[in-house]
Write a protein that binds this ligand. Sequence first.
Ligand code: SF4
Ligand code: SF4
Length: 432
Amino acid sequence: MEEKDRKILEKEARMKDRFRRKSSYTSVRYLRRMKELSGAPEEMMPFFDILDKVYTKMESPDIPKDIPMVGTYCVMAPQELIYAAGAQPVKLCSGSYTAFSVGDDIVPRDACPLVKAVEGFQNIGTMPLYRDCKLMVVPITCDCKKKIAGMLSGKQKVAALHVPVNKEDEDIEQYVEELYLFMGELEDLTGKRISYDSLAGAIRMTGQAAYELSRFLSLKKKMPYLLRGTHSMAMMNAAAYMNAGEWADQISEVNGILERRVRSKEPFTKRPLPRVMITGSPIIFPNIKIPLLIEEMGGVVAADETCMGERGMSDPVVPTDESFDGLIRALAVRAVRPCSCPTFADNKQRIYRIRQMIRDYQIEGIVYHVLRGCLVYDFEYKQIEEDIGKLGIPIIRLETDYNEEDIEQLRIRIEAFIEMIKLQKGPAQHRV
Ligand code: SF4
Ligand code: SF4
């Protein structure tokens, strides 16, 4: 090897090493802050461990070598089809500050940080997860997702799913067609046919996860509080890298502990902390500065309407017709109809969902999270602000990027918001 080439390789290796150290350091700090918040039961540790494995140790999840991993970039890619084809889905939307800083130099300035982080990981090549996936599934829900699909296709096998803009019957039909095409791509990848039995089995498995999640959510609604929202977000984020069955079993363990806390009257605190809901652009580990600040400043994240949280997993697949086509239709309906992502042209459904959550979780304030450059969520802010304003619930819009430059400013604004809720606090009877 020539001296010049050797120097280039050495420089690259040093760069990767620096990237790994910086990235691990961020992850360690955020995991530590999450663990330092009171109330996390021991049964939550496997969720922290998986985040630690992927983001601190930068290793792929433990998946048997003969099971190919399929990377997905949105909850609208039905994981049941991936399981039914004998593969393992992993969600690759990222919240990495270090990957963002690499991607920031590559993609346009006004692109959202999520797309910059994805490009950063692809470019630097230190996260094996991105390299180990045999197929990348990108539902085209916004311009940034469209560009992610384009960027990835130069390097990896990509399946782009065209998500309809409306939710009428003809739109569902269009998505059914997309899912059949996707099914063919999965079968080509794994060499296994997706049968009625394998798909029904996968639907049963994710149904079990949705059932355990619904048990968890009813426990989370209880007053006084049984668990912090930041801890709940760690559990939801960990689902991205776990098998749905294992995730359901682990959530079931946490549910058991929370039920015990109810029986023994042992909430994590008896103080009436201001109950805040987070909605808006996805909050993805390690970019959890906002929920952490809310809870460190004396509030509690009582509800999470983002798609990386409870919204992404709580709707079960409900087949109405016992045929293979019936199962595929049920997947298309579940992906499109209940989804309150602003990718849909008419998204009144999101307002209904937010109102329902305000009532169910007795919400006293809303944090609207906007990732810089995420136009679809920013677009809906005004409408939601107006609607929620009628209920007398305070709402704050927090625009952030994947870095810590705005931490102090966020801290001041969140602290003031929590204090305002405390001042307004009366009997939690809101007109919903
Ligand atoms: S915000 Fe919308 S497009 Fe983005 S991952 Fe969530 S559901 Fe998908
Ligand atoms: S929905 Fe927002 S955060 Fe997600 S890829 Fe699109 S612009 Fe980025």
